[in-house]
Each structure stands twice: as structure tokens, then as C-alpha cells.
Design a protein around this ligand. Structure first.
Ligand code: SF4
Length: 248
């Protein structure tokens, strides 16, 4: 039995975390980055993890409810840092459920193994910034070769995927997005999601107004020319003008 020390949370049913599917969401504590807008700060340091979940109990719940849900989303924190991730995914696949992985792409060797074993049905990888600004935006040392490799692995081997960037106008400019677009040219799905304000890692973000659609409009106009599927996520509430991209 795995008593998963670093499972920080579990959402039994979510309609939002796996595009097109109903899923259960497992939050794994521990992250190697320190993005200032992070709103999961209680998940960043696994030693501060306050909860303990019995994985067997979660599996039993999944078994009883597998007619109701389509899959499980592993998120964090950064799930690929967790040593038991692979065996947990195997357990989920044995129940004939889909697996979605949310990752920051820093552990490309873990991603490679999971993709080669065909254990992932959907991968959502964060693109934090253009490569030359990664360390600045993530406030951590980042192995850029791993980030590059993760992008290529996902493009080649993931059955379904999205790359996504969290946007706040104080962090990223249209020039940054131009570089991201050139780097990601050829990917099928790219998402820009609004930075959520509140409970952010950097307290300076907590007093800021919500990001407005007007802030991202010219960037959206740029991105929609690069990707077959381009999505704006989380901007709907502040919508002022007709959209030029698909919005969730
Ligand atoms: S937003 Fe950044 S710091 Fe927060 S969990 Fe994701 S990668 Fe880690």
C-alpha cells in the first residue's frame, strides 16, 4: 500500500481540468520552480505538506465511480518530481481510465519514459516564457535543454496535448510571445491563460486588478496566426470586444 506522503489534495470530480472529459484531480506536493503568480503555494514545498492521502482509498473510490469519470489528472506542484508517479499512473490505467499530466517540463527524462510506456493520454505543459527569460520568470535555475526536449517529446509522442502560458502584462510582452510562437511553431494547440489574482506566491500580485482581455488582445491576434488551435482561457469575464480567438 502506498501512503502517498506528498499528495496534497484530491478533487473527486472536475469538469474543468481535462478538456472534453470528466476527471478526478490528484495534487502532488513539491515544485522546483517559484513562479511569482503561483496560486498553489502550499504545494511548492513537499516538506510543508499538511495532508496525507491513502492512495488505496483513492483507487477504491475510482473503482466504485469509474462509470462517472473518464480519467485522472495528475497535477501539482510538479508531479514528475514524485517517485511514485509512474506506479500511480499504472494503477489508474488498470482501471481503464485516461491519464492527464500537468507538467512544467523540467524533468524531460520522466516525461520521456511515461510517453514511451504509452501511459499518458493528455499532456498539458507550461511554457513559462521565451527560453531566454525562463529563469527570470520562474525565479529558479532551469535546465533549458530539458524544456526544449519536453516540447519535442510531447509533439512527437503525446496522443493529445496542449502547451500553455500564464499571462500577466507585468511579466510578459508581445515581444516575448513572438519568440514563444516562433519556438513552438508546428504545435497543434496553444493556450494563453489569465493569471489568477489571489493567494499568489509573490504578495505583490495579490493587490493587482484582474487581467483584462484588452491586455491580451494584440497578443491573441499574433498567436492565432501560428497555431491550428489557439485558446484564451480565463479572460471571458472581462471581455469587452468581439473575440478573435476561441475562448474557454
Ligand atoms: S505555477 Fe510554477 S511554482 Fe507553481 S506549481 Fe506551477 S511550476 Fe510550480
Amino acid at each position: 500500500m502506498i501512503l502517498v506522503r506528498f499528495l496534497q489534495g484530491w478533487t473527486k470530480v472536475s469538469l474543468l481540468d481535462y478538456p472534453g472529459y470528466i476527471c478526478s484531480v490528484v495534487f502532488i506536493a513539491g515544485c522546483n520552480l517559484r513562479c511569482p503568480y503561483c496560486h498553489n503555494r502550499e504545494l511548492l514545498n513537499k516538506d510543508m505538506c499538511r495532508y496525507r492521502f491513502d492512495w488505496e482509498e483513492i483507487l477504491q473510490w475510482l473503482l466504485r465511480n469509474r462509470q462517472m469519470i473518464d480519467g485522472v489528472c495528475f497535477t501539482g506542484g510538479e508531479p514528475t518530481l514524485y517517485e511514485h508517479l509512474e506506479s500511480m499512473i499504472y494503477d489508474v490505467k488498470e482501471l481503464n481510465l485516461k491519464v492527464k499530466l500537468d507538467t512544467n517540463g523540467t524533468e524531460s527524462y520522466v516525461l520521456k519514459r511515461l510517453l514511451q510506456l504509452q501511459l499518458l493520454d493528455y499532456v498539458a505543459m507550461d511554457i513559462k516564457a521565451p527560453l531566454n527569460r525562463y529563469a527570470q520568470i520562474c525565479r529558479a535555475h532551469v535546465n533549458l535543454d530539458s524544456i526544449r526536449e519536453s516540447v519535442e517529446l510531447i509533439k512527437l509522442y503525446a496522443p493529445n496535448y496542449e502547451f500553455r502560458t500564464t499571462f500577466h502584462p507585468s511579466l510578459l510582452s508581445i515581444r516575448d510571445f513572438y519568440q514563444i510562437c516562433e519556438w513552438l511553431k508546428g504545435v497543434s494547440t496553444y493556450v494563453i491563460q489569465s493569471c489568477r489574482i489571489g493567494n499568489n506566491l509573490d504578495p505583490l500580485f495579490n493587490g493587482l486588478p484582474p487581467v483584462d482581455y484588452e491586455d491580451v488582445k494584440s497578443i491573441a491576434d499574433l498567436c492565432k496566426n501560428y497555431f491550428p488551435r489557439f485558446v484564451l482561457r480565463g479572460f471571458t469575464a472581462s471581455l469587452k470586444k468581439p473575440l478573435t480567438a476561441f475562448v474557454e
